[in-house]
Design a protein around this ligand. Structure first.
Ligand code: KG4
Ligand code: ZN
Length: 345
């Protein structure tokens, strides 16, 4: 079974093709995974501009699609399904991906699959490793930070979410304050390796509170105040602040996962989304999981940030279960994961 996946919900134009044996294949195989990043288009604005993103997706999508097919050595007729991110995300971009997928599905008489972007992150781990349902999921990206129980495609229970900013957004804002550019996560992780994680005592919002919700805005404010007091040109102080910030985020994520593992015990904790690319945070969460007799599983680093393979794989998992979508599916700017089964297309 081969599925093509299109991801256009933010600033990456991405197309991938994945394959898995029909039936209950343990893992899948990536036949092509092409990503065109719009970083250069948005850099001078200091963030993603929705109108520019939509136009850039429109300009690039045909070329990225052609590259993915040639990388896989396949033609459109060789595919069993066409998936695209149907939301949540910047709606102009989502429309470009959905319209492209619908046109391909219609022209080649193949099923169309509208994939929730968050479901793409949630299921990616099963593309590369044998992970059985149910599992506990920490989904931490630029736009989301939530804990969920994952029972299968379209079957999620949210245990907690952020009451203000997402974890990745907090990395990005901290990096911006330090003049490290966008996206902030990788830059902070790099500098943190030479820093002292104990030098700055930063607040840990929600730490030791009941439940599984997150909050990052207080941390962001404290970072701003610390940055204002930094001696000019002190590179070591910047590295120390990065390391202290990263440790603090680690403390918060570990604390929230501890509560989740107590409230909804699971043998597997999965961490996914862009922030899961952080090797230090993976280590922290690995320790938390093992303290509760669970194992931590994270997708390979390059599949943590947005890509087409995660959409193709979620599409394949849905196709296997006959969960296809109609061609009048409407792209959704908002689409909570735990409401998926309740929304009709
Ligand atoms: O999943 P993703 O690519 O896009 C969304 O769906 O939001 O996540 C992007 C986010 C950005 O905020 C970025 O700074 C963060 O993931 N990120 C990281 C790392 N790599 C990316 N955060 C911490 N450490 C990293 N190594
Ligand atoms: Zn994402």
């Amino acid at each position: 079974m081969r599925v093509l996946g299109i991801e256009t919900s933010c600033d990456e134009t991405a197309v991938a093709i994945v394959e898995a044996a029909v039936g209950r294949a343990p893992v899948g195989r990536i036949l092509a995974n092409v990503i065109y990043s719009q970083l250069a288009e948005h850099r001078r604005f200091g963030g993603v501009v929705p109108e520019i993103a939509a136009r850039a997706h429109l300009e690039r999508i045909d070329g990225v699609l052609a590259d993915a097919l040639s990388e896989a050595g396949l033609e459109l007729g060789d595919l069993d399904g066409i998936a695209a991110t149907g939301g949540p995300g910047l709606i102009g971009g989502v429309m470009v991906g959905v319209m492209t997928a619908k046109a391909l599905a219609f022209a080649h008489d193949r099923p169309f699959l509208a994939v929730n972007h968050l479901e793409g992150h949630a299921l990616t781990v099963r593309l590369t490793e044998q992970v059985a349902f149910p599992y506990l999921l920490l989904l931490a990206s630029g736009g989301h930070c939530q804990l969920l129980t994952v029972r299968g495609p379209g079957d999620y229970t949210q245990l907690g979410t952020t009451i203000d900013d997402a974890a990745g957004e907090c990395f990005d804002k901290t990096a911006k304050l330090l003049g490290l550019g966008f996206p902030g996560g990788p830059a902070i992780e790099r500098l943190a390796t030479d820093g002292d994680p104990q030098r700055f005592a930063l607040p840990r919002p929600m730490w030791r509170k009941r439940g599984c919700d997150f909050s990052f805005s207080g941390l962001k404010t404290a970072v701003r105040q610390a940055v204002e007091k930094l001696p000019a040109g002190d590179k070591q102080a910047v590295a120390d602040l990065c390391a202290s910030f990263q440790r603090t985020v680690g403390d918060v994520l570990a604390d929230r996962c501890t509560n989740a593992l107590q409230l909804a015990p699971a043998s597997t904790l999965v961490v996914a989304g862009g922030v899961a690319a952080n090797v230090y945070l993976r280590g922290r969460l690995e320790k938390t999981a093992s303290e509760h007799g669970a194992r931590l599983v994270a997708p390979p680093v390059k599949l943590c940030t947005d890509n087409g393979a995660m959409i193709a794989w979620a599409g394949l998992e849905r196709l296997r279960l006959g969960m296809t979508d109609v061609l009048d599916f409407r792209p959704r700017p908002r689409w909570p994961l735990d409401a998926m089964s309740k929304v009709s297309t």
